[in-house]
Design a protein around this ligand. Structure first.
Ligand code: ATP
Ligand code: DNN
Ligand code: MG
Length: 209
C-alpha cells in the first residue's frame, strides 16, 4: 500500500492534528521526515502523546532543524543541505500503513530547487490535503489542487479542519477531489478527543484508502 502524505494549504492549518486523528483511526505508523523548528516540541512527540493504540510506531525524523522557518532556510542556518534521495532512502520499511507529514504546504522549498511537492512525488505517496474552513481558503485550496493536478499526483481527498464556514463542498466540487472528513474546533485537545474524532473518521478513511 502507498504511504499517505498529509499536506496542507499552508503551515498551521492543522496537519499534525489531522495526522494524529488519521494515525489513530488506522492504527498507522507516523513519519515527519523534515521538522523545522522544535523549541515547542516536535510534531512527532506531539503525535506520540496523542495516540492511544499500541500498534502505531513513530519513525524518527531525517532532518530535525532548530529554526522555525521554511526548511531550506532552517537547513542553511545549520549548514545542512536537504537531499531528497536521502529521505526516500530512509522511507520506513513497515507493513503498516504509513502516514507522512510534510512541512507547511506543497510549494515549501526543501533546498535551492526542490519542494515538498517533489518529495511526495518521489515517495510515491497518496495525498490527503488539509484545509481550513475559513475565509480565504477557497483560493489557497484551489491553488494547492492546481499544483497537484498539474503534477498528476494521486490524491485521496480533503480533510477540512475547524468549521468557521461551510466551504467543504464548494472546494470539493471546484477541485474534483472528494471530501473525506471534517474536524471541528476542539476546545480540548487530549488523547480522548483525538480518539473520538478518529472513531468518527475511521469508516470514510477505510473506504477511500
Ligand atoms: N481542530 C482544532 N481545534 C483546536 N485547535 C486546533 C485544531 N486544529 C489545529 N489546532 C491548533 O492549531 C495549531 C496548528 O495546528 P498544527 O500544529 O496541527 O498545524 P500544522 O499544519 O501541522 O503546522 P506545521 O506546518 O508547523 O506542521 C496547533 O496549536 C493546534 O493545536
Ligand atoms: C515553522 C513552521 N511551523 C513549519 N515547521 C515550517 C513552515 C514553513 C512555511 C514556509 C512558507 O510557506 O513560508
Ligand atoms: Mg505539523
Amino acid at each position: 500500500m502507498k504511504p499517505i502524505f498529509i499536506t496542507g494549504t499552508g503551515t498551521d492549518v492543522g496537519k499534525t492534528l489531522v495526522a494524529a486523528i488519521v494515525t489513530e483511526a488506522l492504527q498507522a505508523d507516523y513519519w515527519k521526515p523534515v521538522q523545522a523548528g522544535f523549541a515547542g516540541g516536535t510534531d512527532s512527540l506531539w503525535i506520540e502523546q496523542m495516540i492511544s493504540n499500541n500498534t502505531t510506531k513513530i519513525h524518527p525524523e531525517i532532518y530535525k532543524l532548530k529554526m522555525p522557518a521554511s526548511p531550506h532556510l532552517a537547513a542553511k542556518a545549520e549548514d545542512v543541505k536537504i537531499v531528497l534521495k536521502d529521505i526516500v532512502r530512509h522511507l520506513p520499511k513497515t507493513k503498516n500503513t504509513l502516514i507522512i507529514e510534510g512541512a507547511g504546504g506543497l510549494m515549501v522549498p526543501l533546498n535551492k530547487r526542490e519542494f515538498i511537492r517533489d518529495l511526495l512525488k518521489k515517495l510515491k505517496a497518496k495525498v490527503i490535503i488539509v484545509s481550513k474552513n475559513e475565509l480565504g481558503s477557497i483560493n489557497h485550496s484551489l491553488l494547492t489542487a492546481a499544483v497537484l493536478k498539474k503534477e498528476k499526483i494521486d490524491v485521496a481527498g480533503w480533510i477540512f479542519n475547524e468549521q468557521y464556514l461551510n466551504y467543504e463542498n464548494e472546494i470539493a466540487n471546484w477541485s474534483g477531489y472528494p471530501l473525506i472528513a471534517s474536524v471541528p474546533h476542539l476546545n480540548e485537545i487530549t488523547k480522548e478527543t483525538i480518539k473520538a474524532e478518529a472513531e468518527k473518521m475511521k469508516e470514510s478513511l477505510q473506504k477511500l484508502l
